[in-house]
Design a protein around this ligand. Structure first.
Ligand SMILES: *Cc1c(COP(=O)(O)O)cnc(C)c1O
Length: 359
């Protein structure tokens, strides 16, 4: 019950152990097509370019930034935790100019501030923000932020690593342009894959580049030849074959449960856990209306030995919870309810274990 990797579905672990076949095998190509369709469902998009980058969420992030940014581009970056800061770092390394919109850790991105910064920087071309900030457990209003960007002719880059499968994320309805996620959070798959979807506008922008993408591996125009092109699929890199079996299986599980049901389950388990945590005297970092059900950050009482508590949970209960990150290090715990981990028996175990250990 940490901030990821989450518990993996047993069926996903089984899928992982199937025989490895060639990545140009017709059977494998069929599975890739199914995988794309399943990812479109998870992202709620019709985007043709919907794939899994062969590396963890950070690579999906980098793929979006290196493909959409050219040197000199002005990018507005929202920062309300660890992952917004990484976005800034990406912009700078792409030769772009990062205009920061800072919010306190634990607060959602301020729509008003973003509106102001956009009107102060009419030449900015992209707006980048984290939908679900895993370092604090705050969810930001992706729909409104995207609307602001659209009104000003900007494209959006959205970090949905922790949101995908856990809270509503409607890529097409909200008109998000470049969205990346991860396999090991609410999808409860093995770490190491990063689902990415690009809108037709994002593809247009990539095609209009004046300079080549500086990363060969993450240049998505090269990757396309391998994920699509009926009958003429070509080698780009060796696919992580077994990890893709696992992702396929985890998405089948999500589809069978139904996205809305998955969101509802995360919410219900969160309410149960939050009730119990508050009864134990722990207070949430994030205000009620901006809390992510899948990431519960709570301050622990003063005088508590953070590391000792987490060690006792691990040794006595086989239960992992996350330490605080960045500004919350040594002050808060991050308790995950991601994917397969969002179950009643886990909530009960966590509350019982914390109660005993804290005493
Ligand atoms: C976990 C996470 C990432 C990074 O994903 P990795 O798979 O660890 O590379 C990026 N953004 C957010 C919001 C995350 O929670």
């Amino acid at each position: 019950m940490g901030p990821g990797p989450s518990d993996i579905y047993p069926q996903v672990l089984q899928a992982l152990s199937r025989p490895t076949i060639g990545h140009l095998d017709p059977l494998f190509i069929g599975m890739m097509d199914e995988l794309k369709a399943l990812l479109k469902y998870a992202f709620q998009t019709e985007n043709d370019f919907t794939i899994a980058v062969s590396a963890p969420g950070s690579a999906g992030m980098e793929a979006c930034f290196v493909n959409l940014i050219e040197p000199g581009d002005k990018v507005i970056v929202c920062r309300n935790g660890v992952f917004g800061d990484r976005m800034k770092e990406n912009v700078i390394r792409c030769g772009g100019e990062a205009i920061l919109v800072d919010d306190e850790w634990g607060k959602p991105v301020s729509v008003e501030k973003v509106q102001q910064v956009i009107s102060d920087n009419p030449d900015a071309v992209l707006l980048a923000f984290v939908h679900a900030e895993t370092s604090t457990g705050a969810v930001s209003d992706a729909k409104q932020l995207s609307q602001l960007a659209k009104q000003n002719g900007m494209l959006t880059i959205v970090d949905a690593v922790t949101s995908l499968g856990g809270v509503p994320l409607l890529v097409d309805e909200w008109q998000l342009d470049a969205v990346y996620s991860g396999s090991q959070k609410c999808l409860s798959c093995v770490p190491g894959l990063s689902p990415v979807t690009l809108s037709p506008l994002a593809i247009e922008r990539i095609k209009a580049r004046k300079t080549p993408v500086q990363s060969w591996f993450l240049d998505q125009s090269l990757v396309l030849g391998y994920w699509s092109g009926e009958g003429k699929r070509s080698y780009h890199h060796t696919a992580p074959v077994n990890s893709l079996y696992a992702l396929h299986e985890s998405l089948v599980i999500l589809k069978n449960e139904g996205l809305e049901n998955a969101w509802q389950r995360h919410k219900e388990m969160h309410i149960l856990l939050a009730d119990g945590l508050e009864k134990l005297g722990l207070t949430f970092v994030v205000e009620k209306e901006s809390r992510l059900p899948q990431l519960n950050a709570v301050y622990f009482p003063e005088g508590i030995d953070d590391a000792a508590v987490r060690q006792q949970l691990l040794e006595g209960y086989n239960l992992e919870i996350g330490a605080g990150l960045g500004a919350l290090a040594g002050k808060a715990w991050r308790i995950g309810l991601m994917g397969y981990a969002a179950r009643k028996e886990n909530v009960a175990l966590c509350l019982k274990a914390l109660e005993t250990v804290l005493k």
